[in-house]
Design a protein around this ligand. Structure first.
Ligand code: PMP
Length: 277
């Protein structure tokens, strides 16, 4: 399987970057994860728009059009399966390790395509736990600098949970690698976009589907106590899609099974996936 690195396609084992790459030394870069269903790039324009916002936020210039990105990814796609593209762009090689940006920036552009298998927890529901959100205040940027997210996810895994739900100032923000939805008083609620969450593409799709299908839905802050009383909790992401949380901090959520609104939304989401190019 070929990967893309700086204009070339080559076997993964042959794809090499310098140890002086600022991605390696500083985590100085951004990334995207784009689902590809049977060869069709899902919500491609939205992913590239978010990528461009991330690049702007870190003051990195990579001027490629949607069509140019599509041409880069096309040779790696296989229409016989579901895949996802991992795209990473760093501020590239610099001759010495210095915090300040180098004078000449030649970004490192890397992309690989992997098979995407359905996440098992979707059918059964998963356990989650709440943890203090220790991340920085630019969570809207899809930065490769993920140490806080990794520590939070691992703490969840250590406690037999699939995801950590993060709390800042008494309000839940999102998961360590997902956005958050809750059904509270028969209303679907998700925290509003801000610098404290990643503007998830899956999140956008769910909001659109709710709107189009008369599911009462609102973007509103959620206090931890309100989450503990929710009848349903979901975490959403490109690679896992919509995952029902059936246990939070050791307590059953709703009936302890994936809820009704979840089942409806998952149906809508699967149908939308099939129909969208
Ligand atoms: N928040 C965080 C912190 C994430 O890492 C992700 C993606 N894994 C998401 C939300 C979900 O975003 P998307 O639906 O675009 O995958």
């Amino acid at each position: 399987d070929q990967v893309y690195l700086n204009g070339e396609y080559l076997p993964l084992a042959d794809a090499k970057v310098s140890v002086l790459d600022r991605g390696f030394l500083f985590g100085d870069g951004v990334y995207e994860v784009i689902p590809v269903y049977r060869g069709r790039l899902f919500r491609f324009d939205d992913h590239i728009t978010r990528l461009n916002a991330s690049l702007r936020a870190i003051r990195l210039d990579v001027n490629k059009t949607v069509a140019e990105w599509r041409a880069i990814f096309s040779p790696m796609l296989d229409s016989s399966k579901d895949q996802y593209i991992y795209l990473q762009i760093t501020r590239g090689y610099a001759p010495k390790r210095d915090h300040g940006f180098p004078e000449q920036v030649l970004p490192t552009v890397f992309a690989m395509c992997s098979e995407m298998k359905p996440f098992a927890g979707r059918a059964t529901g998963v356990k989650a736990l709440t943890l203090e959100d220790t991340r920085w205040r630019m969570c809207n940027v899809k930065a490769i600098t993920l140490l806080a997210n990794l520590l939070l996810r691992q703490e969840a895994l250590d406690q037999d949970c699939a995801e950590a739900i993060l709390v800042r100032n008494g309000y839940v923000t999102e998961g360590a690698a997902s956005n958050l939805f809750a059904v509270i008083d028969d209303e679907l609620i998700t925290p509003p976009k801000s610098n404290e969450i990643l503007p998830g593409i899956t999140r956008d799709v769910i909001l659109e589907l709710a709107e189009a299908n008369q599911i009462r839905c609102r973007e509103e802050v959620i206090a931890v106590e309100a989450l503990q009383d929710a009848s349903e909790i979901w975490v959403t992401s490109s690679t896992r899609e919509i995952v029902p949380v059936t246990e939070l901090d050791g307590m059953m959520v709703g009936s302890g099974k994936p809820g009704q609104v979840y089942r409806k939304m998952d149906q809508l989401f699967q149908a939308y996936k099939q129909s969208s190019a």
